[in-house]
Design a protein around this ligand. Sequence first.
Ligand code: ASP
Ligand code: MG
Length: 425
Amino acid sequence: MDIFKFGGASVKDAAGVKNLANIVRDYKKGNLLIVISAMGKITNRLEDFTYAYLSQNDEAHAIFEEIKHFHFSIIDELFQGQHHPVYDDVANTFVEIEWLIEDEPDHNADYIYDQIVSIGEIVSTKIVAAWLNETGNKTLWADARNYIQTDNTYKEGKVDWVKTNQIIHKDLKPLLTDNIIVTQGFIGGTSENYTTTLGREGSDYSAAIFASCLDAAALTIWKDVPGVLNADPKWFDETELIAQLSYHDAIELTYYGATVIHPKTIKPLQNKGIPLFVRSFIQPEGSGTAITKENNPLPVPSFIFKVNQALISIFPKDYSFIIEENLSNIFELFHKHKIKINTMLNSAISFSVSIDDHPVQIEKLIKDLSEEFTVKYNKGLELVTIRYYNQQTIDRVSIDKDILLEVKSRHTCQMVMKNKSSRSN
Ligand code: ASP
Ligand code: MG
């Protein structure tokens, strides 16, 4: 059996849903489980709606109406005004949220976030399952919250692999024999049956969990790019498709910020030797990228760009060395403020890190750090990671830039850079 995963971009409108159904129709290899995200950018709008509701802002109502309208216009386009049961099914899902928000928020904000934001995936899968059935693919809608079991860390549910594995074997596997199964990415359930989410962009991870527990032959993630490229076309004119990638390179690239697949996706697949294919839903005939256990080095250097970086340099006030003790104090503060370090370097009396520039968090971090350390920072920077670098690739990305920090290991070079022209700012 195979697992397919379709993200929001692939089902952003009725044409996307029809295209998905064509890809499924052309799959003839046996049993299939399909993991789907919320449609288009709906998760962002559900977040806006949640925050508006939590702050009891009048805008909440209008945002919710817009979300409903978005989905019903896709259903209208697909089902052309028929009295199809999907209308009621989707309407009932929205009604549950309408009941929830009738009262003022009286729960923890992360819990409320998960109960609301998860409906993006619930309604997208209801619509896609209905359309697959309508077009002759015998499909069963499955509620991922019954299978992906998590703790109650709302907004970032931690998967209980033992329970999840047991339930999938017992309850889900038997359903696969003569049905296509459509289920949700990104969401799970607690032992008390509350909904959790697994962290933004977590649908790839959900698909990897299903693949692992079902011992799938392969997982295919359908994207709007031809496969894994050696750089994001947003930043680079000439990109190259990587036909084969090792698990190791894939995990390194995603760790450094390649957004093509979620960083947590690789481990469950690697542990079971399940190949991951990244293919284009726009050109499904293309062969895309195969991520497998074969340890071929990347055929071309790969580039990962992160903009909007802040470089923070930390110096002990008393001129003491940067050693284990003060490093552990520093790390504790980063952990406390939930700030992820993208790259770091230390010298005798300084420690520098590049982080995503979130002004509010950074201000709090600097306030805490300043008790013990002198802190300097620089904003508006760019972090470039090159996997399999050489001097030529370094020169290529650093034209007209000042390199403020450079960290090299055998295969990876990271540079924090500033535009030369912005020096006078
Ligand atoms: N819909 C969720 C998000 O946008 C999960 C996903 O797309 O992977 O974050
Ligand atoms: Mg998405």
